[in-house]
Design a protein around this ligand. Structure first.
Ligand code: ADP
Ligand code: MG
Length: 601
């Protein structure tokens, strides 16, 4: 008997829907992007119960013909590309022709639509991929899509939805990402009959103010400093707040070519530009827009991903940092740094607000935009120590160049040299050309993270039985999350058995955690996955690996033997990107011979 058969379309659509439509926010994003693609100038979003019961998007765009209205809900139906070739010249936001097919597979959809050249419009009603009604109707020009009872036929998905409060926050975040790049389109957002946002058409700055400029958010345009830089590689413009307007909870946004993106490494560039100007837990709000040739970025075409790779991240890092520095400096907010001054220096900053402490300026020995302005342009970069060590600088958080083998000379340097620990915190490694200063905890965490990630891809890992099993008690929503993570937690060495409907017993833990208590580690993993909103296995595996590494890494203050140091350093240097942690923190800092020499001039 044949056992292979094709899945009916409705099932295939439901499966694919899981990828495109993960929660109300992803549904909203697809609908609003369609409206923008249709040239709408006014878009209304109406939501009920955080999108569980209703998500409606009304636009004044070009509308659809009767035929197109029906076709739009077929998988891979798109008016936006015809050939694979077109993928490279995309101007519209959507292009896969999957969104509407996915949405109608998991919800009840009602749509009315009319083109301006048509006298009557079309009404279409689809429940779980079945067309239940299609007829002419009278309606305004544009499209009005109502998505009701999302996931009505996928109970598992429904169960995974968070509280209304969280889902509403997700909806709003998704909405911000879009409205901040389309200031010329007017938007409204209504939730349970309450108008949450009313955004008239205007400039970028006006849009930002309209979205965030309420007293609670503390993002006023008067607090902004403009940034603007044009180079051959990239153009950057946007707004950053003055240091004294930093807040505990800041709004931080990057956009590239009209799309929102997350970019921890560039985030680091901005924060570095502020270094010494902010007090501890204060953060600057910023809205930074990049324009770059499409060939220079890899827009992950997966519709739910917001991370984007740039071909030349290090150069852009420098350009961005210099640009923010310059902007802050122009308003004499940033001090001019004198590099020959040792240690830290105090810089007076206008004190309009108690929140700003008299800052400590710590000098970054690797880069000074004011002295070596040319360094931001790759062709004019000075020949410095880093560029001699090709393998070292190339791996700076850049997975593309990461594949390059590490300079053998460096490894053999490390094999033979003496190294020492400083302050219970750093490992100093003299190499040929300078001294590497390594943060011991971060180094070990990076090494462990890589190790855990590798183990997550394998079937069995080293486990250590606990003499006395511990009990992990969890609230209902975390039990759901736990069930999702369970196979991976087991693969990595946790021996977990469900005990009651809201607890697990822990009988074994990953060998690397030997001295740690399992409970805080597991709670940390759950918190991390939940906070970062991991939706795919790749994402939550990264977070599991990250939390485990944090817990298991040697703490500051622990004395290391020569052998231990050598072991960590060697394993660190094998990592494709060992100079910064995955979240952009510096692990290795280089003090070149030149820098050292300078101090004696
Ligand atoms: P994609 O946006 O990737 O093309 P979708 O499934 O989101 O795929 O939409 C399918 C098609 O339906 C679009 O290519 C477009 O022609 C049409 N469409 C969807 N929404 C609208 C809208 N609001 N106004 C006009 N046409 C629309
Ligand atoms: Mg679309």
């Amino acid at each position: 008997m044949d056992i292979i058969h094709l899945l009916p379309d409705s099932v295939a659509n439901q499966i694919a829907a899981g990828e495109v439509i993960q929660r109300p926010a992803s549904c909203l994003k697809e609908l609003v992007e369609n409206s923008l693609d249709a040239g709408a100038t006014r878009i209304q979003v109406i939501v009920r119960d955080a999108g569980r019961t209703l998500l409606q998007v009304i636009d004044d765009g070009m509308g659809m013909s009767e035929m197109d209205a029906r076709l739009a809900f077929e998988r891979h139906a798109t008016s936006k590309i015809r050939e694979a070739q077109d993928l490279f010249s995309l101007r519209t936001m959507g292009f896969r022709g999957e969104a509407l097919a996915s949405i109608c597979a998991v919800a009840q959809v009602e749509m009315t639509t009319r083109r301006k050249e048509d006298e009557t419009g079309t009404l279409l009603e689809i429940h779980g991929s079945d067309v239940v009604r299609q007829e002419p109707c009278s309606c305004p020009v544009g499209t009005n899509i109502k998505v009701s009872n999302l996931f009505f036929n996928v109970p598992v998905r429904r169960k995974f939805l968070k509280t209304d409060q969280t889902e509403l926050r997700n909806l709003l975040n998704e909405f911000y990402h879009i409205v901040l790049v389309y200031p010329k389109v007017s938007f409204t957002f209504v939730h349970n009959d309450e108008i949450l946002l009313e955004l008239p058409a205007g400039t970028e700055k006006q849009r930002i103010e309209a979205v965030f400029g309420n007293p609670k958010k503390n993002v006023y345009t008067s607090a902004f400093v403009d940034i603007k830089t044009d180079t051959e590689l990239v153009s950057i413009h946007g707004f950053v707040v003055k240091p004294e307007n930093a807040t505990r909870k800041a709004e931080q946004y990057f956009f590239v070519n009209g799309r929102y993106m997350r970019h921890p490494y560039f985030m680091k560039a901005v924060l570095t530009a502020y270094s010494g100007m902010l007090s501890n837990d204060y953060q600057p709000s910023f809205f930074i827009y990049f324009d770059i040739a499409p060939e220079a970025i890899d827009v992950n075409i997966h519709p739910t991903k917001t991370e984007i790779k740039f071909a030349d991240e290090q150069t852009i890092f420098q350009i961005l940092m210099a640009s923010v520095r310059e902007a802050l400096g122009k308003f004499s907010l940033a001090p001019t740094i004198d590099f020959d001054t040792q240690g830290s220096i105090d810089i007076p900053v206008p004190q309009t607000d108690k929140t700003v402490k008299r800052p400590q300026m710590s000098v970054d020995p690797n880069y000074n935009p004011f002295h070596t302005r040319g360094a931001i342009y790759p062709d004019r970069a000075p020949k410095n120590w880093e560029s001699l060590y090709e393998g070292m600088s190339a791996s700076l958080n850049d997975e593309m160049s990461a594949a390059r083998p590490l300079n053998d000379a460096l490894i053999s340097d490390v094999d033979s040299c003496a190294m020492w620990q400083y302050g219970g915190k750093y490992i100093f490694v003299p190499t040929n050309g300078g001294v590497m200063l390594i943060n011991q905890h971060r180094a070990h965490a990076a090494v462990l993270r890589a190790q855990f990630l590798e183990q997550l891809g394998m079937s069995q890992s080293a486990m250590q039985q606990l003499l006395f099993p511990e009990i992990l008690e969890l609230p209902q929503d975390e039990m759901v999350l736990m069930a999702q993570l369970l196979p991976d937690l087991r693969a990595i060495g946790f021996d977990l058995e469900q005990l009651t409907p809201n607890s697990y017993s822990i009988q074994g833990i990953p060998a690397q955690l030997a001295n740690q208590s399992a409970l805080p580690t597991l709670h940390a993993i759950l918190a991390q996955v939940r906070e970062r909103g991991a939706n795919t296995q790749v994402e939550w595996r990264e977070q599991i690996a990250q939390s485990l590494a944090e817990s298991a890494a040697i703490p500051y203050g622990q004395t290391l033997s020569e052998t231990e140091m050598r072991d960590i350093v060697q394993r660190l240097l094998q990592l494709p990107s060992y100079r910064r942690s995955s979240d952009g923190k510096i692990i290795v800092s280089l003090l070149s011979d030149e820098e050292i020499g300078k101090r004696f001039m």
